[in-house]
Every structure is written in C-alpha cells, then in structure tokens.
Ligand binder design. Structure first.
Ligand code: ATP
Ligand code: MG
Length: 244
C-alpha cells in the first residue's frame, strides 16, 4: 500500500525531557489510524511534528516520498496538504461560517471567491452545516462549531486529515454528531490520523490502532487485536482504566 506518512526513528525532546522516543509508524492512503494513550504520552506532539508545528529532534518524516525535515523543504506548502482539526475548534470568531471555510482557500490556495465558496458549500453540506452559512461561531453549539472546523479543513482538499481529540471539549450530547461526520469521512476513503479517547468509535472506524505510552509506541494493529486482545501489560492497564 502506498504510504502517505512514513515516520522513522522520530525523536522529540523539550530540553532534556524526551517526549517521543524512536517512534516508527506509517499511514497508508485511505487508511484510518487511531492514536490512543494516556495524557502526556506524546500524542499531540506527534501530530504537531507531522505538520511541523514542532520540530523533531531526530529521525525522519517521509511525506509522499519526501523527507519534510530536509532543510530545503517548503513548510508552508507541506501544511496545505494536511487538514488539522483541534479540540478547541479554532474558528475565526469575527467571520461567519461560510467565510471561515473560504479564507484559507483564497489566501493559501489562491482560489477565486466563487470557486472557494462552492467548494466550502459542498463540505458544509457534508457536515450538515449548510443552513448556517451566515451564522457567527458565537451563535453555534460546540458540536456545530466542530463540524464547521471539519468542513473548513476539508475545503482545502487535504491528502490527510489529522484530528487531535476533536470531541473532548464537547458536551456529551454533541459528541455523536461529530463522530457521525468523521465516520462518514472514513467510509468515503479519506486518509485520517485521529487522536481520540472514544474507544467505541475507534473500534468501529479504525483500520489500525496505535497505542502510545511515555513517548513510545507500545503496540499497534487492527482494533480486534489491540483493543480486544492486547499483548502488552501497559496496553491492558490503559484499556482497563479507560473502558470502565
Ligand atoms: N511546548 C512544550 N514544551 C515543553 N514540554 C512540552 C511541550 N509540549 C508538550 N510537552 C510535554 O510533552 C509531553 C507530551 O505532551 P503531549 O501534549 O504530546 O501529550 P498527549 O499525549 O497529547 O496528552 P493529552 O492526552 O493530555 O493531550 C508532556 O509531558 C508535556 O508536558
Ligand atoms: Mg494531546
């Protein structure tokens, strides 16, 4: 299978605190990978290294065949290939829903207003937010905001969608609507790397689960293996704590 992201011997330290240690893993085109692990295990740092919001201290990140850590690599261009969805939505509060989904396309991808708007509408419809194009973020619920954030990321036509705990800031009744959108994206063949604590979702949607602990990948494999029949004590303990 064609690898979109291939991470080799990745290390990241903050001062003398090693946060990622010899991390090796890859994401293939069309694959849905869920990254799980306790707080502080390095999940967000790993995502942030992939879009170069953090600079790794060692190793390689091969993206579509090119090492993005090469000095000459164009970081801004690299980021346009990745759609990022955060826990905290990060919408532009002064812009309405449509504008939120249009500005990046115009500024970064140099699309015309018309093209950007029709593309934005396509994705707003997919996430069920096309009725809210004129609303400001302050008028939306958390679940609605997150669906707009997902549409905004999709409107950039990224190769890979990166999600960092997209539902953890939501009230419980809104988690379902966001997971439903993500499930649809997964079914449609999008390449997705998702940090999540939603184990049921991960079990149903992921092609592969990667379990991290203290900066190390302890175990990875299909959900039926890692979540149902884990091999390592650390995985077993983590699941015992989170599944109860
Ligand atoms: N900018 C930073 N400077 C110093 N230390 C950092 C920085 N960012 C993260 N860390 C440390 O790196 C470790 C891993 O953090 P990270 O945010 O990647 O964990 P996580 O697995 O995403 O946790 P959570 O589930 O709580 O989001 C933590 O010990 C954290 O304190
Ligand atoms: Mg995190």
């Amino acid at each position: 299978m064609e690898k979109v992201i291939d991470i080799r011997h990745l290390n990241k330290s903050f001062g003398n605190h090693e946060v990622l240690r010899d991390v090796n893993f890859s994401v293939a085109k069309g694959e849905v990978v869920c990254l799980i692990g306790s707080s502080g295990s390095g999940k967000s740092t790993l995502l942030r290294c992939i879009n170069l919001l953090e600079t790794p201290t060692g190793g390689e990140i091969i993206y579509n065949g090119e090492n993005i850590l090469d000095k000459n690599h164009d970081i801004r261009k690299h980021r346009t290939h990745l759609g990022m969805v955060f826990q905290s939505f990060n919408l532009f509060n002064n812009h309405n829903v449509l504008k939120n989904c249009v500005v990046g396309q115009q500024k970064v991808l140099k699309r015309s207003k018309q093209e950007a708007e029709s593309n934005a509408l396509k994705y707003l419809e997919i996430v069920g937010m096309d009725k809210y194009v004129s609303a400001k973020p302050s008028q939306l619920s958390g679940g609605q905001k997150q669906r707009v954030a997902i549409a905004r990321a999709l409107a950039m036509d990224p190769d890979v969608m990166l999600f960092d705990e997209p539902t953890s800031a939501l009230d419980p009744e809104m988690v379902g609507e966001v997971l439903k959108v993500m499930r649809r994206l997964a079914e449609e063949g999008n390449t997705m790397l998702i940090v999540t604590h939603e184990m049921e979702f991960a079990k149903e949607v992921a092609d592969r689960i990667v379990f991290m602990d203290k900066g190390v990948i302890v175990e990875e494999g299909p959900p039926s293996q890692v979540l149902v029949n884990p091999q390592h004590d650390r995985t077993k303990e983590f699941l015992k704590r989170t599944l109860k």
